[in-house]
Ligand binder design. Sequence first.
Ligand SMILES: Nc1ncnc2c1ncn2[C@@H]1O[C@H](COP(=O)(O)OP(=O)(O)OP(=O)(O)O)[C@@H](O)[C@H]1O
Length: 260
Amino acid sequence: MQIMNELLKIKNLSKYFGGVKAINNFNLTIEDGKTHGLIGPNGAGKTTIFNVITGVYKPTNGSIIFCDKEISGMKTFAIAREGIGRTFQNIKLFSYLTVLENVIIAGNQDITYNMFESFIRTIKFRKEEKALYEKSMKLLEFVGLQDMSQKRASSLPYGHQRKLEIARALALNPKLLLLDEPAAGMNQEESKELVSFIYRIKEEFGLTILIIEHHMDVITDLCDECTVLNFGETIAEGSPAQIKKDPLVIEAYLGEEYGC
Ligand SMILES: Nc1ncnc2c1ncn2[C@@H]1O[C@H](COP(=O)(O)OP(=O)(O)OP(=O)(O)O)[C@@H](O)[C@H]1O
């Protein structure tokens, strides 16, 4: 029997905002190399799960083990350094900086020189700056934005801003990538293109992916497994084909047209 590595293990996770139980006793295991979908109606708690995993919120209860290490309660930058990158439902970029500067800032964790070394421009400083520039340009090339490297981030069309956000997440050298509704606002053709793009990223960077998405076609095409949430609790888990047949999921989320 093949033994898979558990990259992420969430145990009995809860996050309450006053009386609102945004997540209640949530459990999830993702094996290395898999793509896992997180779906459910608006307000089900999906983004809160991303925010707790990435340290934006401290959990009320529970544990998050990433690469055999407890990360719940750690600061956001420390969690990113452990190897978790993310994109946001509402794109978050430094809109007044250039496309290249946005990626360079995200990749800053590779830098080891100190302020004095940068002030006198030591060989170490110049070497690391060059490496960071080259890495950032390579990432931009990978996502197809190399010709726009000097443009302001805010001037890019929406689809390109999404790709820039992914390049920024990749600059962190993640093992796990969290994608929050990457196909939001896309038509069917654009979402198909996004699916191929995500497959390409996965292969090139050897990533494991947790994705929140309302487009069921994207979930079906990409995910090995999915978890369906409603009111902060898991109502179903399984392959996309299994959950599409689940009466609870049809009732709470998908509606009758998905029922098989
Ligand atoms: N900072 C906060 N303060 C208070 N309540 C919050 C906060 N963040 C989220 N919530 C509440 O937690 C619940 C889950 O919200 P969350 O944004 O995680 O849902 P979601 O499944 O991501 O929804 P959507 O699909 O609309 O993005 C909602 O009731 C929301 O109002």
